[in-house]
Design a protein around this ligand. Structure first.
Ligand code: D5M
Ligand code: FE
Ligand code: ZN
Length: 720
């Protein structure tokens, strides 16, 4: 096998390169030829560009058939697309920041604040009311147009009445009405509505495809043995190569065998663990947040869920069946929870088990099930739907209401309702429903005092691309090093800080990572992180959850950090360690926090989605009421007897990270935000065309659960 052979020779291969080369190995080229080629290129990591160049040289691939995204063209287009879209819609962008700098005589030349129309109005009406006039450093984007928080062409499926929220009137409205409602009610944050430029998006998806082929051993590997290092240590196999060196095979985070050379690459590194970073609150700085009583509760944490061991009956049938059976109680739990969600929707009508469809006579009935498979035919859409009692094919004609929107929004294994009539061995649906969230939310009582929460994720301490200078500037800012009264007002009222995973870079997460690690030791990474975070003023409560780079179980849900590795952050006085996912209640507002790996699967399965517009993908997950619906693609899911990834209760705010791009949207009253990153673009991300937006701090007004402002420290991140 190619991977083993390369490893024996201390060469590495990335997943995409593997898939390019593997079909030709030993047929069209030999190991020696490949190694000679890589050697000539001066690398021991065979990535897709090396693989491609090699195949071209061997005459196996012509220059035209490159399936890879490595060319610079789509990359430039994509970043332009993201940025131009966001600029016009109010997300902070580099260009907008420079505008705010030019406009502001008093603001620091270093930190740009951007805030939105309502922000300005709100400031005007609070006790610090004169802030706006005195501080031109807030750039208001008054002429922003308000958009429905969905991209064009996508229509939401109707949803429940919001019974959960105590509303009694049925609330199904046309999309147009919804648009108006949103415009009136939540007009201050406009969101990106992008015309997807076919070429760039396709090239992005193309790039993903080349990396996503799922190999047999992509099933999640359970890591209960407590080795603590998550995926990178979970499933390694050691191979003696005769030189006494023990290279490894690692079944990587994305379920693909990757290889890397052990920790001894490149020799010793010397590094700082930020012991010297000691920042004290600025003298005389008044923190209003200190005077506001704490009001928080972790209302959902995976650690508090009591699981019973799953029972697996039979694992000897077809692959699909094995998955269904091994995960039977997991999926049953999902179905049960989703049925409960669908019950809120009066349009659903009479729900009937699939096994009982034979008894149905005239009236329309509804089935609710997991979609195993979906297909487009000439006249409509075919689904294979399964509930706890059986499985049936469902046909939905294309001309039925919302048919294609629902079809596109359905991810494998998500739960959908179909209303219609049974035929012989098939169910003819007139309408399909996603679980979705209700159109309206009940207003929560106002708070006496303004209080803010800041959202961070993907700090990646330990990476040499970690924006340490920017992070230190941010810490100084939190300690009162502000540049204007507007900033002072913001800092002074920050009471909570949420960190949504990938707080350190980890070790061995992707091939060649060692070369990009400033701190190659997982213990030291957490120590370094804690040394930074101890500078967060003590009255700010930090909620810290894990991501796929952390020392935590790889499969979702992630209960927390392995304590033996992450001890330093457990010890921080004002830190609360949460699971991924978790729900936090802040002053009566519900914040759903997830690292966000589910976004990757959305990008794989839902048309027109991109890593560069993560809020759209998050809305898709919200509509499916699940954080990672698809089993067996990129995201490993643990077969817990209860599906804790169902979004059972509709949050006021939904935060995720993972994709390293900040974007936000409002969908049916839920504020959806991806909190970006503190890591500049890695070599690996260059390879897969991911352009991050580092060092931005979204500040959330807890009362409205909406964005108050974004502070960017990105200029301190340059040339990391
Ligand atoms: O993820 C950072 C970003 O990089 C996120 O958009 C996923 C993407 N990523 C990371 N590894 C891969 C692989 N192997 N294939 C495709 N996309 C990937 P982070 O979790 O910080 O590494
Ligand atoms: Fe990350
Ligand atoms: Zn991540």
């Amino acid at each position: 096998m190619l991977i083993e052979d390369l490893i024996k020779n201390n060469y590495l291969i990335t997943p995409s390169a593997y898939y390019l080369l593997e079909p030709h190995y030993k047929k069209d080229f030999s190991l020696a030829e490949l190694i000679k080629f890589a050697k000539a290129k001066g690398t021991f990591v065979i990535d897709s560009s090396i693989a491609e160049a090699f195949l071209v040289e061997k005459g196996i691939l012509s220059t035209g058939d490159s399936p890879e995204p490595v060319s610079s063209e789509p990359k430039t287009e994509m970043s332009l697309e993201t940025f131009s879209g966001e600029t016009s819609e109010g997300t902070v962008t580099t260009s907008e920041m420079s505008v705010s700098k030019e406009n502001s005589a008093e603001s620091s030349p270093e930190i740009g604040i951007s805030s939105t129309t309502e922000t300005v109005e709100k400031v005007g009406s609070t006790s610090t009311g004169d802030v706006v006039e005195n501080e031109p450093s807030i750039s208001s984007s008054a002429e922003e147009s308000v958009q429905l928080s969905e991209s064009s062409g996508e229509t939401s499926v109707s949803t429940g009445t919001g019974g959960e929220l105590g509303q009694s009137t049925p609330s199904f409205v046309s999309e147009k009405t919804a648009r108006e409602n949103i415009s009136e009610g939540e007009s201050f944050v406009s969101t990106g509505t992008f015309e997807v430029k076919g070429s760039s998006d396709e090239s992005l998806n193309g790039s993903d495809d080349s990396l996503t082929e799922v190999v047999e051993d992509s099933l999640p590997v359970e890591t209960e043995n407590g080795n603590g290092c998550g995926n990178y240590m979970d499933s390694e196999e050691y191979y003696e190569n005769g030189n006494g060196v023990k290279p490894k095979i690692v079944y990587g985070d994305y379920g693909i065998p990757i290889a890397y050379v052990g920790e001894d690459v490149g020799g010793e590194k010397s590094y700082s663990k930020y012991e010297d970073v000691v920042i004290k609150p600025k003298k005389g700085f008044r923190y209003r947040a200190k005077e506001i009583p704490d009001e928080w509760e972790v209302t959902f944490d995976v650690k508090n869920v009591k699981f019973e061991a799953p029972r697996v009956k039979n694992a000897s049938s077809k692959e699909g069946e094995i998955i269904i059976q091994a995960y039977s109680s997991y999926f049953k739990s999902r179905l049960k929870k989703m049925r409960r969600i669908f019950r809120e929707n009066p349009e659903i009508g009479t729900v009937i088990d699939i096994a009982k469809l034979g008894y149905v006579r005239d009236d329309d009935v509804t089935i609710i099930g997991l979609v195993n498979d979906k297909r487009e035919t000439a006249k409509g859409f075919m689904f294979e739907v399964e509930d706890a009692t059986g499985r049936i094919k469902v046909f939905l004609r294309k001309d039925k209401e919302n048919a294609s929107q629902v079809y596109n929004a359905i991810m494998p294994d998500s739960v959908v309702a179909f209303r219609g009539q049974p035929g012989k061995g098939i169910f003819f649906a007139n309408r399909a429903f996603l679980p979705d969230v209700p159109k309206f939310r009940k207003q929560k009582p106002p708070l006496e005092e303004k209080v803010y929460a800041i959202l961070l994720s993907d700090i990646h301490v330990g990476s040499n691309k970690f924006c340490e200078k920017a992070f230190e500037k941010f810490l100084e800012w939190l300690n009162g090093e502000v540049n204007s009264r507007a900033e002072e007002e913001l800092v002074s009222r920050i009471k909570y800080m949420i960190l949504g995973g990938d707080v350190v870079d980890g070790v061995g997460i992707y091939p060649g990572q060692y070369n990009e690690l400033a701190i190659p030791d997982i213990f030291d990474q957490y120590e370094a992180l804690a040394n930074l975070l101890r500078n967060v003023p003590e009255h700010i409560t930090m909620f810290i959850g894990p991501g796929n780079h952390d020392a935590a179980r790889t499969a979702l849900p992630q209960p927390g950090f392995y304590e033996e590795y992450a001890k330093p952050i457990y010890k921080l006085k004002n830190a609360v360690i949460i699971s991924n996912p978790a729900v936090i209640n802040l002053h009566g507002r519900e914040f759903l926090i997830a690292h966000g790996r589910g976004i990757e699967d959305v990008v794989d399965f839902i048309p027109k989605r991109s890593h560069h517009r993560p809020a759209e993908a998050m809305v898709d997950l919200l509509k499916l009421r699940h954080l990672a619906p698809t089993f067996g693609n990129k995201v490993p899911i643990a077969p817990d007897p209860e599906d804790t990834l169902v979004i059972e209760s509709v949050p006021d705010l939904f935060q995720a990270g993972h994709v390293h791009v900040m974007q936000y949207k409002i969908y049916n009253g839920v504020f959806v935000i991806n909190s970006g990153t503190w890591q500049a673009q890695t070599e690996f991300q260059k390879m897969v065309n991911i352009v991050p937006t580092p060092a931005r701090v979204p500040i959330i007004d807890v009362e409205t659960a909406r964005l108050r402002a974004v502070i960017s420290f990105e200029q301190f991140c340059e040339g990391v």
